[in-house]
Design a protein around this ligand. Structure first.
Ligand SMILES: Cc1ncc(COP(=O)(O)O)c(C=O)c1O
Length: 242
């Protein structure tokens, strides 16, 4: 969860509405309030990797009736509510979830507390097994925040031998699938020649310093203790034999 109080202060002072990207955060809490309920609207992703998944798709939540009506209108080809003659009033979108996907999602929503508890339990197991490696930085949980650990992450010491490309390859050699931290947008081939990208490293020091040395560890809900043991011992051997 971000520091919502700080975001709110800036947004309120400038009259900017807060749209909360809670894509990965279902079940997370900020001082007792659920992720997705902190802005004018919140959005969740139900992509295949997420804690609650419908394969692809997502959900927008809001308690702003006017905005809700507008979203319903736009996502249904720009048709007015109750229109059964298919007389599109504006050019809109087709962002409707199928009933089968919705059923899949609803079944998981009924057990979301259990799914979140499993994520938190998996994180605790990793943290406990890796607690004797102080040079590894894992996910944090600020005071007043409940983190649901969608992905369990590890940042290695900032040395060339621990670059994420090497770590992903070394884990794969041990039969372990992992994912690299995303790269700053301004470093991607699609953007890096853009004039703004040239000063990006100086402006975005944190992402530039974390991204090269961060990976996401296996975080699926079907992880067994033996799998977590295997990942942790492989990480330890990488650090020992680097
Ligand atoms: C923070 C964040 N925002 C947006 C998205 C995109 O979600 P979707 O793939 O459902 O469009 C993701 C997906 O992982 C995400 O992590």
């Amino acid at each position: 969860m971000p520091d919502m109080e700080a975001i709110r202060k800036i947004a309120d002072a400038r009259g900017i509405p807060v749209l909360e990207d809670a894509a990965e955060a279902i079940g997370s809490e900020y001082h007792g309030r659920k992720a997705g309920s902190l802005g004018r609207t919140g959005v969740f992703s139900f992509h295949g990797s997420k804690t609650l998944t419908t394969g692809e798709g997502g959900m927008l939540v809001t308690d702003d009736q006017e905005l809700f009506n507008r979203v319903c209108f736009l996502r249904d080809h720009g048709r007015n509510q109750g229109d059964i003659m298919f007389l599109n009033a504006e050019v809109g979108f087709k962002y409707k979830m199928s009933s089968m996907q919705a059923a899949l999602g609803l079944a998981q929503l009924e057990r979301i507390d259990e799914l979140v508890a499993m994520k938190r339990a998996n994180f605790a197991k990793y943290r406990e097994r890796l607690s004797d490696i102080p040079e590894l930085t894992m996910n944090s949980e600020a005071a007043g925040v409940k983190n649901t650990y969608w992905m369990i992450s590890a940042i290695f010491p900032r040395e060339d031998r621990y670059r994420k490309e090497t770590l992903v390859r070394r884990l794969a050699e041990g039969g372990i699938d992992s994912r690299p931290f995303f790269s700053p947008l301004s470093t991607l081939p699609a953007y890096r020649e853009h004039p703004q990208a040239r000063e990006a490293a100086a402006r975005n020091k944190v992402s530039y310093s974390l991204s090269p040395y961060g990976i996401n560890l296996p975080s699926g809900l079907n992880l067994t203790d033996a799998m977590i043991d295997q990942v942790c011992s492989t990480i330890k051997s990488i650090l020992r034999n680097a």
